[in-house]
Design a protein around this ligand. Structure first.
Ligand code: DAH
Length: 343
């Protein structure tokens, strides 16, 4: 064991005399004197040394350390001064002393993405109106995305060009699952599981193979709302959406409902909000809504004679764009911190 010490010393001396520049010195320091270096390694061997030789081994190792440090300092001085401070190494001696009274460097802080902020704000507004939060899966089955929402097999919304169907193993039976195209799926999941009255919202991602442009993306977020109780009317729906728009955008927000059609509501409407996306104020559709179709109640086992309700589904990106005057939806996904830092 004791020979190991001599061997190390000889090798260190040989290596050191071959060093000719600062980079070589630093490499030497790391190899021999660093925290994982050979001299430290030698100290680590002490536990394998027979008891009666330990003392000698320890002293020998300490002596080698002192010698290698001294030789290193001397060689550093010869080569131009760096490292002359000894065992603390080349780095510590180089450059001016550190002024500990100077302020430190700021650490850049991350922040929540503006879409996440919007989701939290929307959830807060609807929570104040008494809506609970529910969630549902993004990979859905045909039943929750279509059938129970009164979207028949022949409906164009099921077109493979309008949906991201998920490939099934060969021979699998039934309709293939898909990435949900709307958060209306969560309405069904909730009503299948709880008895009315129900008052929930649900936020999350939805997927559609749309062309990307300033207002469309193949993945975006929706907020779904569902309210089921006795004697719910269109007035409740309209009041809820207008109250929401004023609470979220401010009292001067201009909104309107335009008659529309959805298979799962009757009557149905679209919510429009006036927004300026760079070309002056324009009406922009932000989502759909309506009174729940009796066929949907039947699909989930609610009695349509007894229960009434409304639902809505709004595009979270569009709400965000209106709120912050963002002219292009694609900016929301590019991850450019110069853009994201503004919110
Ligand atoms: N799911 C519809 C869509 O994505 C939006 C929608 C319309 C949701 C009417 C609703 C509703 O809850 O009642 O286009």
């Amino acid at each position: 064991m004791l020979e190991r010490i001599d061997e190390l010393e000889a090798k260190a001396q040989a290596d050191l005399s071959a060093v000719s520049d600062a980079a070589g010195l630093e490499a030497f320091r790391i190899t021999y004197l660093g925290s994982k270096g050979a001299v430290k390694g030698l100290m680590g061997l002490i536990k394998d040394v027979p008891g009666d030789q330990r003392k000698a081994f320890g002293q020998g190792a300490n002596a080698v350390r002192a010698k290698v440090e001294a030789a290193f300092a001397a060689r550093s001085a010869e080569l131009g001064g760096a490292g002359a401070a000894g065992s603390s190494g080349a780095k510590a001696a180089a450059g001016p002393a550190v002024d500990v009274t100077l302020p430190g460097d700021g650490v850049p802080l991350g922040r929540r993405h503006v879409i996440t902020q919007t989701i939290d704000e929307l959830t807060e507004v609807f929570a104040r109106m008494g809506f609970d939060v529910e969630t549902g899966p993004e990979a859905e089955d045909d039943h929750h995305n279509f059938v129970a929402l009164n979207i028949p097999q022949t409906h164009p919304a099921r077109d493979p060009r309008d949906n991201f169907y998920i490939q099934q193993p060969a021979g699998a039976a039934g309709s293939p699952p898909l990435l949900r195209s709307q958060t209306s799926t969560v309405q069904i999941r909730v009503m299948e599981n709880v008895k009315p009255p129900v008052r929930i919202i649900s936020t999350g991602r939805v997927y559609r193979p749309d062309e990307h442009d300033a207002t469309h993306s193949s993945m975006f977020h929706q907020i779904e709302g569902l309210y089921v109780d006795k004697n719910v009317t269109m007035v409740d729906l309209k009041t809820t959406l207008i109250q929401f728009a004023k609470a979220y955008f401010g009292a001067d927000a201009e909104v309107k409902l335009v008659p529309s059609y959805f298979p799962f509501t009757e009557p149905s409407a679209e919510l429009y909000v006036k927004m300026d996306l760079g070309k002056g104020l324009e009406w922009m559709e932000v989502g759909g809504c309506g009174m729940i179709d009796p066929a949907v109640f039947e699909a989930v086992g609610y009695d349509p004679e007894e229960w009434t309700g409304f639902a809505f589904g709004l595009g979270i990106e569009r709400l965000t764009m209106r709120k912050h005057n963002i002219a292009d939806i694609r900016w929301l996904y590019e991850g450019d911190v110069r853009f994201l830092r503004q919110f």
